[in-house]
Design a protein around this ligand. Structure first.
Ligand SMILES: C[S@@+](CC[C@H](N)C(=O)[O-])C[C@H]1O[C@@H](n2cnc3c(N)ncnc32)[C@H](O)[C@@H]1O
Length: 171
């Protein structure tokens, strides 16, 4: 190995000594995300940012996560056994803060989003239809990631990763 590669490996060992279990604090919920590659990318971000992931326990999500999981150890998954909207309501009733990542009238811009001080669920929308309107309206907060170009939106895994890093206090 080159000296640079050895140094990088040593740094990695020193800085990432342990993996985490259930954070019970930050849960990303790509409840409507369709593409395997996006779920796999989000899973890696969960590992990096110390978050859990919540997804419906349907064959689509079970198979997508099995295929998209390239980690030595999978982050904590919260399987959603009931209807998605009901699960979000149940989390709210348990005291979790619901943050929808979506463009909306009342969205705050990502740079104004503080790190999560209370248990927080982060909702991410479908690749073409977004987060359902009703959940955007009832969320405790909505976050929009400013964009300078002409694209309508970011890739959902990129959007989710930026918000998770912010809520984790890592960016
Ligand atoms: C590809 S976007 C879907 C956008 C959809 N075509 C629409 O117009 O509602 C998928 C998801 O990524 C997230 N997203 C992407 N770009 C975003 C941005 N700039 N601000 C906030 N959320 C964003 C949202 O959760 C969104 O539901």
């Amino acid at each position: 190995l080159s000296a640079a590669k050895t140094a990088r490996r040593e740094l990695r060992h020193a800085r990432r000594a342990s993996s985490h279990r259930c954070s019970n604090h930050l849960v990303v919920a790509p409840l409507w995300v369709a593409y395997t590659v996006n779920l796999g990318t989000l899973l890696r971000t969960c590992d990096a940012a110390g978050a859990c992931m919540a997804v419906p326990s349907t064959p689509h999500y079970v198979q997508s996560l099995a295929r998209g999981d390239t980690l030595v150890r999978r982050p904590c998954i919260h399987w959603v056994e009931c209807e998605r909207e009901r699960w979000v309501d149940a989390q709210r009733a348990l005291g979790w803060r619901i943050v929808a990542v979506e463009l909306a009238e009342r969205s705050i811009a990502l740079p104004s989003l503080p790190a999560a001080r209370e248990p927080t669920v982060v909702l991410l929308g479908h690749e073409s239809t977004g987060v359902p309107d009703e959940l955007v309206h009832t969320a405790d907060a909505c976050v929009e990631i400013p964009m300078l170009g002409v694209g309508r939106s970011l890739n959902v895994a990129v959007a989710g990763s930026l918000v998770l890093y912010r809520l984790a206090g890592l960016a």
